[in-house]
Write a protein that binds this ligand. Structure first.
Ligand code: NI
Length: 171
């Protein structure tokens, strides 16, 4: 297992549209395992392959505090949604930023698990929000894109400044 490097907004690679996984094989399972380790170490409750510069339709989620319920979604598709809910979201690719986003309250998602088996999941609450946030990553969309251009620009500038300071300190 290994932790992977998470790319940060406004890195243009975060806007890459992910391709479907064609075969769920050992290579994919290794990536699932590395992504889970990366997510738990961060710590975060969800990670899309896009964020570790792998542009395939794969997300890992664990909304438990105990980090003991890993959920893997390969080629996920939202096939039904209902209701609206607001939540203050964060993202491992946008460190230190938390903003309120409106999303569907409930979603039904179809996906493959890490063995390539198709399943359907009816999700609500935090899991539904997290699934929508991570599927957005696979579409090349970061949650700050739901905010006003003014707010988004402020976040973009702050993160560019942070990255520059980090590089300076690394010299
Ligand atoms: Ni995110």
């Amino acid at each position: 297992m290994a932790t992977l490097t998470i790319i940060n907004y406004p890195d243009p690679r975060l806007h890459t549209v992910a391709k479907p996984v064609l075969a769920v094989n050992d290579e994919i399972r290794q990536l699932v395992s590395d992504m889970a380790e990366t997510m738990y170490a961060a710590p975060g409750i969800g990670l899309a392959a896009t964020q570790v510069d792998q542009h395939i339709q794969l997300i890992v989620i664990d909304t438990t505090k105990e980090q003991n319920n890993l959920q893997v979604f390969i080629n996920p598709k939202i096939v039904a949604k209902s209701g609206l809910t607001e939540y203050e979201e964060g993202c491992l690719s946008v460190p230190g930023v938390y903003e309120t986003v409106t999303r569907a309250e409930n979603v039904r998602v179809e996906a493959l698990d890490e063995n390539g088996k198709k399943f359907t999941s009816d999700a609500g609450d935090l899991l539904a929000i997290c699934i929508q946030h991570e599927i957005d990553h696979l579409l090349g969309k970061v949650f700050v894109e739901y905010l006003s251009p003014l707010k988004r620009n402020r976040i973009r500038k702050r993160l560019i400044k942070q990255a520059r300071e980090f590089e300076k300190n690394a010299d």
